[in-house]
Design a protein around this ligand. Structure first.
Ligand code: AGP
Length: 611
């Protein structure tokens, strides 16, 4: 949602703050700002609407920016108040500045109280109310830690806050509720950050700050306190990721780099879960006896992660003959779901911090269901709060549009469905080993083949880049993929795109297909091909342009499509993996043709940590 960073140490703080903010931009990029200590230990806030370059341009007017050794920074995804200089963070007073990720839901009530105490407001943000409440509490306590701990007791909502007080030069205070926060130590000082990539250039030694804990960060080190101010001893962890993960390398965009990482990411994710040639979920407390007992299984997630659940549903029900429901987390959390201890809820989340998914997890646990997190970020909230966790090992996904995370989430869902089928005796051990072997060895190769011919996707993107709208259709597994394909195109090219069951288009929506409307049709499965071909003819008869994505070797009449992209021949159960890469590449190259901000599409953020 937003990104926060802080540094205190022997080096100039501003370059480190800016480097951290550039890495955190994927969490929000409507505006950016910093608060730094001057040489005379006064606090200065500098902030600007728009990208970090705008902030950098302002710094030249602040001599302190070249000599400060301690400060905090923020990159914003606007929730309360439009993107503007005045609504940018940090917010505060000459006595205390804060940066904030999250939402203070009762900010209006706090604002009324503070105004009654003589405070005035300049911005439309909830964060300013939080900052002035901390200032108010500091006035009462004359102690930064007490001020923060008493102020947050009055907050309703979610927050990860970094704060600096003019009375405590060189010190950074940080506290969190429902939003991620880490502290890290390097050879020349210490950091706070929303997540790990922001500090990887300087250190891989970090620790997570847990719910309600207060961190006090100085050049010499980090102290963690529980809400009752008891000091908490916390060991440092070594980051699994290195700084190259958080840089584009030779790629023009993070999205393209991350698409190219898919084969390796898939292997690195699946290999640790396989033993004796079979998927093994014992580490998540899921042996066959337990798997067999679940009466109902849900996947609850948002966006791309939810779309991975749609594929998981198809595969689990086909292979294991076990019902699996897919729920949108923001709906699930308010529908009073019928759940009990005989049910299992799988929360898929790349970031592990998505507010709706986290709330759904907590609700499922309250209902007594077994909760399993499928998460890409080590130690994230979903990973720590679920009953069991299966990590995907895709490495950090920086581009807002999720690609390699989707691929590895599919891989996990396939292995889960295979083991579930084995537990229910719908698959024997030799079949289980065969499918597992194919998934971990052949499927990455299928993706490589698509990456080797991505110029064909680029040509299709060039041809259809000016479409006003686009459709993605398919049947069965291909329909499940269509939802993700449509999201990819619309979220980075801004072309309205819709997924539809191929057989359903004629029941109304076909009226939207007119001359030159591109309809991308996935046909990876032979057993539904003839039916799909009929649908393609219906589209073409109305002037629509069909881009058919089907297996090499399929007999497809030439009058049923305008363009064709081939999938490598393989078991039709696995065609979704190369087909997903094609969908991602079409979205990428269309967005490139249109000159969109591919890694930072408008209005979006990578991790949506608010409702
Ligand atoms: C997909 O490209 C988007 N980035 C978005 O739909 C994302 O998948 C969704 O917000 C869920 O995020 P999560 O996996 O981190 O929970």
């Amino acid at each position: 949602m937003c990104g926060i960073i802080g540094y205190t140490g022997s080096e100039n703080a501003v370059p480190r703050l800016l480097e951290g903010l550039r890495t955190l931009e994927y969490r929000g990029y409507d505006s950016a700002g910093i608060a730094i200590f001057s040489e005379k230990n006064s606090l200065t806030g500098i902030k600007s609407k728009g990208r970090i370059e705008n902030l950098e341009a302002k710094l030249s007017y602040f001599p302190d920016a070249s000599v400060s050794h301690c400060g905090i920074g923020h990159t914003r995804w606007a929730t309360h108040g439009e993107p503007s200089d005045i609504n940018s963070h940090p917010h505060g007073t000459p006595r205390v500045y804060i940066v904030h990720n999250g939402i203070i839901e009762n900010y209006a009530e706090l604002k009324d109280f503070l105004i009654s105490q003589g405070y005035t407001f300049s911005s439309q943000t909830d964060t300013e109310a939080a900052a002035l409440m901390i200032d108010y509490c500091y006035n009462l306590t004359q102690n930064p830690a007490d001020a923060i701990l008493s102020a947050v007791k009055r907050f309703k909502g979610s927050y990860a806050i970094g704060a600096v007080f003019s009375s405590e030069p060189g010190k950074i205070y940080a506290i969190r509720k429902d939003n991620p926060l880490i502290a890290a130590i390097s050879s020349d000082g210490c950091f706070i950050a929303s997540d790990l990539p922001a500090v990887l250039k300087y250190t891989d030694n970090y620790m997570r700050i847990d719910e309600g804990e207060l961190a006090v960060v100085e050049q010499s080190g980090i102290k963690i306190y529980s809400p009752d101010k008891t000091e908490v001893k916390r060991d440092f962890k070594k980051a699994e990721w290195d700084v190259s993960c958080a840089t584009k390398g030779e790629y023009p965009h993070f999205m393209l780099k991350e698409i190219h990482e898919e084969p390796t990411a898939l292997f690195q994710t699946l290999y640790p879960i396989i033993s004796d040639g079979m998927p093994n979920f014992d580490s998540a407390g899921l042996n066959d006896t337990r798997l067999k007992k679940f009466k109902k299984i849900y996947v609850v997630a948002c966006g791309t992660a939810m779309h991975a659940g749609l594929v998981g549903k198809f595969i689990a029900e086909k292979m294991a003959r076990v019902p699996l429901e897919v729920e949108i987390a923001s709906e699930f959390r308010y529908k009073n779901p019928i759940l009990d201890k005989t049910d299992m809820v799988i929360i898929i989340s790349q970031s592990g911090e998505t507010a709706d998914s986290l709330a759904a997890l907590r609700l499922a646990k309250q209902c007594g269901a077994y909760t399993l997190g499928v998460v890409n970020v080590p130690g994230s909230s979903v990973a720590r709060e679920a009953d069991g966790v299966i990590y995907t090992h895709a490495g950090p996904e920086i581009a807002v549009a999720s690609t390699k995370a989707y691929t590895v989430q599919l891989g996990i869902m396939y292995l889960f469905a295979f083991r579930l089928a084995y537990a229910h005796e719908k698959m024997d051990s030799s079949q289980l080993r065969k499918y597992t072997q194919e998934l971990i060895t052949s499927v990455p190769e299928l993706i490589h083949k698509i990456l080797d011919t991505q110029s064909e996707c680029a040509a299709i993107s060039k041809k259809y880049k000016n479409a006003h709208s686009a459709f993605f259709i398919g049947r069965g597994l291909d329909y499940a993929l269509s939802s993700e394909a449509a999201l990819k195109l619309k979220e980075i090219s801004y072309i309205h795109s819709e997924a539809y069951a191929a057989g359903e288009l004629k029941h109304g929506t076909l009226s939207l297909v007119c001359e030159d409307t591109p309809v991308f049709a996935f046909a990876g499965c032979a057993d539904l091909l003839d039916k799909t071909i009929s649908n393609l003819r219906e589209v073409r008869a109305r002037g629509g342009k069909v881009v058919l994505i089907c297996q090499q070797g399929f007999q497809v009449p030439s009058d049923s499509y305008d363009d064709i992209l081939y999938l490598p021949s393989c078991d039709q159960m696995f065609t979704i993996f190369p087909a997903a890469t094609i969908a991602q590449l079409i979205a990428y190259y269309t967005s490139l043709e249109l000159g969109r901000d591919i890694d930072r599409p408008r209005n979006l953020a990578k991790s949506v940590t608010v409702e």
